[in-house]
Design a protein. Sequence first.
Length: 254
Amino acid sequence: MKAKIITFGGDGDVRLRDVSDDGTLTVEVAGTLISYRLAAGPEVAMNSLAVLAAIHALGRPLQEAADALDSWRAPRGRGREVALTIGNGSGLLIDEAYNANPASVRAAIGTLAKRVANRRIAIIGDMLELGPTAAALHRELAETLIEADIRIVHTVGTMTEMLRDALPEDRRGLHAPDAQTMIEKLPDLAPGDAVLVKGSNAIGLSAVVAAIAYRGWPQGPGGWEAIGIAALFFGGTTLWTAIKLIKKDHPDGL
């Protein structure tokens, strides 16, 4: 008995036809077009094609699978997108704080570049365990950031100083040796900003994510809402970061 082979990607049986600025994918599955929105980067888009190929092989309804993909949300640290309220406007936070290597950083920058924003900002932490080429690999990210029109690049760690030095002066944001220092120095966002936070997990940028989410929580700075969002999205040590921020803003209590 011959196995039926179903291919995905490129010119396969399941192929990507279009990706809109808001992340909506149009996919052709054996001649049928379906659309769904993925709140994640292009590497997840390819994974979604594999899901649809499996659903097609099983003879299950494609639209149900598309609806499920549409409702899927990336986990914290791995591409989760958080809508922010900034003043009288809105903003976007892309949480990629769990891991970083040259390929994944470029993919995350590509995701940020596709998001509609008045200003795109990246907070990049060290990529660890890259060996003797680490300095060059950090420097090479500058070209990707420039091509993606990332207007401000904040850097955290040691090796990212190489990246910062490779950027044009008007693209250089703040530099901090660690996440806590970046939190203390980080300026407020403006309405229409989209900000990406990306770095190796050991750099601790999940605390920066929690701080940004806290400041952009719809109920405004301070209050138990901030603890709630930190616990919901980030947990652990970042929850303690949120509590310290609340204490700083409200020294006399809530």
